[in-house]
Design a protein. Sequence first.
Length: 267
Amino acid sequence: MTYPIAMSILEKIIQDKKKEVQLRKAMLPASKLEGFGLFDRQTVSLKNMLKAQPIGIIAEHKRRSPSRAVINQDCSVSDIVEGYTAAGAGGISILTDGKYFGGSLDDLLLARASTALPLLRKEFIIDPYQILEARAYGADAVLLIAAVLSKEALKSLCASAHALDLEVLLEVHSRAELEFSLDAGADLIGVNNRNLKTFEVSLEISRELSGLIPEAVGKISESGLKTPDQIRELKKLGFDGFLMGETFMKTAQPGKALGDFLKKTRE
């Protein structure tokens, strides 16, 4: 099934996610998650790791997406994560949505077993239960999307994450979303360069918002990043990190692709 505009896809994803979360709660109560062996592990700061690197890349594991269908179904999570780690990633993003992106919490678990780098659970988080899941399966940070949450929900979910020693990467797509969510308490703000209505990608939104994000907050640019020149430009604008997935995942060896990209960016 296709949808007329990207926002319709997002709305459908959230509708399905609400049903999924209710089912997951019934299958595995929160008390069980709190008993998982990884629940009490010491987390690693994604924000600090990115700021400490000359070029902080959050390299993503993503099998498919609504906008691109299949990206890479062949490589194992462990191989990709180990490759990213060896290549010099500052952190790794693991997409855990199953229906639309082909991911799972097992992917997060396998990633945790394969690297000591900070892991971001990239998911459509709408409920504190999903933050408990992230903690239990080895994440160090979670993604929150301003476009799908109320101001109150953003603040509450940020507080839930911080109570579990997880950092929050808050994703915004516009100046209005940034202003709406600045006081939510996020550790990092990610500017998504993809237009939610057209799926077109432009770095103009990163350029526009770069000076509006407080210095104390980690500044991340997301989506549509393909060339070293783009990274160098955004670095000059004050961005601390860059979330990149398809650029690497569409290759047969994502880790090698990241290593080659970092080398060219440093030249």
